[in-house]
Design a protein around this ligand. Sequence first.
Ligand code: NAD
Length: 272
Amino acid sequence: MPNPKPTRDELPEAGGTSVTYKAANKLEGKRALITGGDSGIGAATAVLFAKEGAVITTVYLPDEEQDAQDTKKQVEEAGGKCYLFAADLVKKENCQAAVDFALEKMGGIDILFNNAAYQMMVEDILDLPDEQWVHTFNVNIHSYFYMAKYSLKHMKRGAVIINNASINAYIGRPDLLDYTSTKGAIVSFTRGLSNQYISKGIRVNAVAPGPVWTPLIPATMNDEAQKQFTSPMGRPAQPSEIASCVVFLASMDSSCISGQTIHCNGGTVVNG
Ligand SMILES: NC(=O)c1ccc[n+]([C@@H]2O[C@H](COP(=O)([O-])OP(=O)(O)OC[C@H]3O[C@@H](n4cnc5c(N)ncnc54)[C@H](O)[C@@H]3O)[C@@H](O)[C@H]2O)c1
């Protein structure tokens, strides 16, 4: 079973050791809104964004207040500022409220990282409850639509949107049919929205992680699935390894990239 302690600001070195992330002021003065920023990939991204000089607002489920407070503390230890907004993003009014809160606290939004998600394993479509299908779409793609729609009204040239997709959109994972379908929608949403906004100087990209050791995994996957939770590299990724890709897409290091998906998946070769 993978190491249960996800790392947020450690990155592997070639020799098998790891090193603390080295920042270079890549996001100085930027204002970032992250959904699902209390734990996992969202939390690691909040920490790396802070190290790069950004101010953060994170949105998370109210039940996850303790995780959010811990992440806020880690962001502050990294020298950053982190505003917390607990809300269920299934309701579009809460998406609007989250954007309004971020604007009030930070004075603007330069980076939107749509990252919140729901998944629950069901082996067979015949056993997949209609309610789960709808809920997964509400969290995983409808909230991305509303967060983007409400944020874009305030975003200026140079702003970026990054959406969290998944390798499952490309490999068609059978026991996560609803989740996999939403992740395919996220890839297409990223492409279409990029084509709408690139002429206005706003870039839209996605990451498609493979297995990443985050709280989502033990909470939603059975023991057998957890045992097989690995990649061609022989291990799942750490949240920090996805977060560094999000930093790249958020910064001007990726200035000529839009409508694309980074496959931070441990070496699985996929199309698109
Ligand atoms: N862990 C992996 O192996 C993996 C692989 C590919 C893609 N991803 C993607 O990475 C993203 C982050 O997942 P993670 O693995 O870090 O797990 P996580 O459980 O740490 O994060 C999921 C977040 O979504 C938030 N969330 C869920 N439902 C919500 C709702 N209704 N309203 C508001 N917030 C809500 C939770 O607060 C939580 O912070 C997701 O989009 C997930 O699909 C993860």
